[in-house]
Design a protein around this ligand. Structure first.
Ligand SMILES: Nc1nc2c(ncn2[C@@H]2O[C@H](COP(=O)(O)OP(=O)(O)OP(=O)(O)O)[C@@H](O)[C@H]2O)c(=O)[nH]1
Ligand SMILES: [Mg+2]
Length: 449
């Protein structure tokens, strides 16, 4: 990915549509544009007023390929920070390909996936966490995921990382000053103050790490297993939660043999619903395998919906569910429309036939996931897997720093560990700390004293 090339790509999804937008970005963007685009009055894009949409034509070898709306953005006031041209043309598969070919023939090269956003990062238009948020935003399937991605794009995570870095940086600045002036012993008081700052930063890192589960749920969905005895109505509930008849429902016990996965959303929370084979002893080899997979689905789930048939006198709503430890477990009493249905304590009564109780079930799912710290941070921050890994590195380094300080290790070693922590934090947003450190030292201390 040579950042000095001028790149072009279709920015909208492939397929037939009213419009498609192509993007051209790089040092030569206007030169490339001038060779294949012009306004309907014949003006070249380099003569356009930036940020003004101009109706024009796309040409290749003197032949008009399509017409559309051309907008010029002059760097650095563009998405990528470079000169950028956007062309909105007709949205056909072939026509967009021809327009792209016209841009390439005029001197651009095809962009790699994510290359526009990568340039935005390299050119300082956004940090790494924000660049990642662009991908989250595009892939968000529920409102909550969208809110979280927007918050991260607006800098919610970056802001918290910057606060943590500032805190650690001020500790490091103190340590550095003592290393530079070894005659002045670091007093026990100073050590206490520094240690308490570090402990506070550790709390901040832990608070972020606690949002990792939320981040996973928002990005990938809460894995939700529907388990229970055959015929309880697991597949009926899956269909109800999905809003369409996805799974086969029949009065035959043992209808579902294999697990079946579908994405759904419940009150803005993305769920990956897993319908499973009914749990029972069986001589049938296929059914045995189905039951094994049901147990596995329960073990891998974050949320378990245990479905029981309220009209079945043998139903046991307290039946132990293997592998449910540490998970959110909700017991659902189905078929409450039937006259023989019993009231089962500790269960949410529903009827998949009439739809009764499904609202309460959805509310209960939302409530349990929210209260279990499972979805939604205060400021919408919900870290991703990469953030989790680097924050864990930062956490360990802060712990070593604290231990070193308390055990009276040489300040050089303590400072070394702190730098490791700072670098790890910097990795979240794509910054390393050397320059910032110098700024921090000189702004806080009068070294001439
Ligand atoms: N009256 C009534 N019948 C229901 C309700 N929910 C499901 N049923 C019926 O119960 C039977 C079993 O439903 P399924 O959804 O196939 O049950 P399951 O738990 O997936 O069963 P297996 O796949 O065999 O384990 C079907 O005949 C459904 O029509 C309900 O709320 N009320
Ligand atoms: Mg079923």
């Amino acid at each position: 990915m040579n950042p000095s090339d001028t790149i072009a790509a279709v920015a909208t999804p492939a397929g037939a549509g009213g419009l498609a937008v192509l993007r051209l970005s790089g040092r030569e963007a206007l030169g490339v544009a001038d060779r294949c685009l012009r306004s309907s009055r014949g003006r070249p894009p380099s003569a356009f007023t930036p940020r003004m949409a101009v109706f024009g034509e796309i040409h290749r070898d003197g032949v008009r390929v399509d017409d559309g709306v051309i907008t010029v953005f002059r760097g650095p006031a563009s998405y990528t920070g470079e000169d950028t041209v956007e062309v909105a043309c007709h949205g056909g598969l072939l026509v967009t390909r021809r327009v792209l070919e016209a841009l390439l023939a005029a001197g651009a090269r095809p962009a790699e996936p994510g290359e526009f956003t990568c340039r935005a990062f390299l050119n300082g238009r956004m940090d790494l966490a924000q660049a990642e948020a662009v991908a989250d935003l595009i892939h968000a399937r529920t409102d909550r995921a969208l809110v979280s991605a927007r918050a991260q794009l607006a800098g919610a995570l970056s802001g918290r990382i910057e606060d943590l870095r500032d805190a650690l940086m001020s500790v490091l600045a103190h340590l550095e000053a003592h290393i530079d002036f070894p005659d002045e012993d670091i007093t026990p008081d100073t050590t206490t103050v520094l240690a308490s700052k570090l402990t506070q930063a550790l709390g901040g890192i832990d608070a972020l790490l606690r949002t990792a589960r939320q981040g996973r749920f928002l990005r990938q969905g809460v894995r939700t297993a529907l388990v229970g005895r055959p015929n309880a109505g697991k597949s009926s509930l899956l269909n109800r939660l999905l809003g369409h008849e996805r799974a086969i429902v029949s009065p035959v016990a043992g209808t579902t043999r294999d697990t079946l996965e579908e994405s759904a959303q419940v009150r803005g929370i993305p769920l990956v619903l897993v319908d499973t084979a009914g749990l029972r002893e069986s001589d049938d080899l296929v059914e045995q395998e189905g039951v094994r997979r049901s147990r596995q689905a329960a073990a891998e789930a974050d949320l378990i919906l245990h479905v029981v048939d309220a009209a079945d006198p043998g139903a046991d709503p307290e039946a132990p569910i293997p592998g449910c430890e540490g998970k959110v477990l909700l017991r659902v009493a189905n078929k409450c429309d039937l006259p023989e249905a019993r009231v089962l304590p500790g269960t949410i009564p529903v009827s998949c036939r009439t739809g009764d109780g499904l609202d309460s079930l959805e509310r209960a799912i939302e409530e349990r996931l929210l209260s279990g710290d499972v979805v939604g941070g205060d400021d919408g921050v919900a870290i991703g897997v990469r953030h989790q890994q680097v924050l864990q590195r930062a956490r360990q380094a802060v712990c070593r720093t604290l231990a070193g300080l308390e055990e009276g290790l040489t300040l050089e070693l303590v400072a070394f560990e702190l730098r490791v922590a700072l670098n790890a934090l910097g990795d979240v947003v794509g910054k390393t700390s050397v320059d910032d450190l110098l700024d921090s030292i000189f702004s806080q201390f009068c070294l001439g004293k």
